[in-house]
Design a protein around this ligand. Structure first.
Ligand SMILES: [Zn+2]
Length: 508
């Protein structure tokens, strides 16, 4: 036996045998070495990342997560018509002479089917005179398939939780409008009042209870159909049934201020009444006119409502503006800082323009110190915004000690899945296994679920004394640990993930 063979062993996982250090290393270190060996072996890398436990997807838009092929099926089921040129949907009757064909034609007419899938996603995007920018093409997709979304939540939820489960995720927070637009209408009807308290009272007295009740009913119906499709009550349920699903009440920030306030209030009321709704989040392109114009007003609304409903979590899209997209004064307006300090965001989505905020080191230090997590939609940033390499800010946050979790944003429109985001982190930013594992653990530690953390010190993932030194089995041996987990949904999720990591790392 040579000296080299004492310290190097060959580890075979699936069809791949790679040289890694001898088994005297910890399972985590051996796994890290395997990943380094797999860097230049695409098949081994993909296999490794596909099977790696991935925690939670914290930034996920339900309508953006469903693939165009599913929306075509829904349009067929609803008997809708399809415009052959612009790929918009319309109610029947169809008129083929005017280019309005039955949606069912997209099942068998392959050129039409391809055209629709391209129009409802960024697949095969090529700039054209009337469709010049991939980002605008991306945002325009939502309006094209919108007529089929609200009626098909059950199928949509089944699709996304199945995909999450298949990729070894255990938690998903998806953004949607539970009331399907009722709050917006109520706000429009009752109008604006500068006095937030008066505005809230007027909405509460004017029908908000019905909005909340209908929102809960819509969620019930969607979840029931989802469970039916996945066979969650059957002996062999779909893998999606094992994913813990929670909802964020999205607020369309580009709408008039009275409608934005009404949507926010609906979100805070609903989250107070229904534990499945865990947070409020502002969506739509941040450079839209009203989103920019009313940004400070929106933050003050959140400040007020946070005071009224302190138990409701807030995550905000912040820092989606990039240089040249808006006036420099708008870029430098400290959107991220204000989202945190005034809007009370506990997590921010995207965070791309952090380098253009005032006092970047101070902001990063504050985020690290206050544990403000960045939901980094890495792959989406690259393909929708062309941000690659040094433009992408993942290393900036990681280096500053800011918690980060990889998230998909709109996996259907972007034609992706979470595993690819991990692949980009490894290939594009040389993320190593400890970094990936840290991001996975942070995703669950910042999930909006109740209860104490499994980590007494999340900075270095030191486990609470009750559970440290326990074997990582589904049912911990010590009563103290079992009691601790029984009292905390967050810790149960985190423990579940640690047992999965233990099984994953034992293979290397
Ligand atoms: Zn988003």
């Amino acid at each position: 036996m040579t000296f080299l063979s004492k310290i190097v062993a060959s580890v075979c996982v699936a069809a791949y045998c790679l040289a890694v250090a001898a088994p005297s290393l910890s399972p985590t270190d051996r796994t890290a070495q395997f990943l380094e060996s797999a860097r230049n072996n695409p098949a081994a890398l993909m296999d490794f990342l596909a099977r790696m436990p991935k925690g939670g997807d914290l930034h996920h838009h339900l309508t953006g997560a469903v693939y165009a092929e599913s929306y075509i099926d829904y349009a067929v089921a609803d008997g809708l018509c399809l415009d052959r040129v612009v790929a918009t949907l319309a109610p029947p009757p169809c008129d083929p002479a005017q280019g309005k064909v039955p949606a069912a034609q997209a099942l068998t007419d392959f050129p039409l089917r391809n055209h629709v899938i391209d129009a409802w996603s960024i697949r095969n995007f090529v700039p054209a005179p009337d469709d010049r920018d991939v980002r605008h093409h991306f945002f325009a997709t939502f309006g094209k398939f919108d007529p089929v979304t609200n009626k098909h939540w059950g199928e949509m939820l089944a699709e996304v939780v199945h995909r999450a489960g298949a990729q070894h995720e255990i938690y998903l927070e998806t953004m949607l409008t539970p009331d399907q637009g009722e709050a917006t209408k109520l706000g429009r009807t009752l109008g604006w009042n500068e006095d937030f308290a008066a505005m809230r009272s007027r909405l509460l007295a004017g029908g908000m209870a019905q909005v909340v009740a209908d929102g809960r009913k819509n969620l019930d119906a969607g979840e029931n159909v989802m469970r039916e499709i996945l066979g969650c009550a059957k002996a062999e349920p779909d893998i999606g049934c094992s994913v813990t699903l929670r909802f964020q009440n999205q607020v369309l920030r580009a709408y008039p201020k009275e409608e934005v306030f009404a949507q926010m209030l609906a979100g805070f009321e609903l989250a107070s009444a229904d534990p499945r709704v865990v947070a409020v989040n502002l969506v739509q392109s941040q450079d839209e006119y009203r989103a920019l114009l009313d940004f400070h007003l929106h933050m003050r609304m959140l400040d007020y409502l946070h005071g009224m409903y302190p138990g409701v979590h807030i995550s905000l899209h912040a820092g989606e503006l990039t240089p040249g997209e808006v006036k420099p004064e708008e870029l430098l307006a400290s959107h991220i800082r204000e989202s945190i300090e005034v809007g009370h965001a506990e997590r921010i989505g995207h965070g791309l323009d952090v380098l253009y905020e005032a006092d970047v080191p101070g902001l990063l230090a504050e985020m690290a110190q206050r544990h403000i997590l960045v939901e980094d939609c890495l792959y989406s940033h690259e393909v929708v915004r062309g941000m690659t390499g040094s433009e992408n800010v993942l290393p900036v946050y990681l280096r500053a000690g800011v918690p980060v979790a990889l998230a998909t944003d709109d996996e259907g429109i972007v034609r992706s899945e979470l595993t690819w985001y991990f692949k980009r982190a490894v290939e594009g930013y040389r993320a190593d296994y400890p970094t990936l594992k840290r991001m996975v653990r942070d995703s669950l530690d910042h999930a909006f679920v109740p209860g104490a953390s499994l980590w007494v010190a999340p900075e270095n993932f030191t486990m609470v004394p009750a559970c440290s030194n326990q074997r990582l089995e589904t049912e911990p041996q010590s009563a103290a640990c079992r009691n601790f987990l029984a009292g905390s949904e967050r810790a149960r999720l985190e423990w579940k993930e640690e047992t999965r990591f233990s099984r994953f790392e034992a293979q290397f």
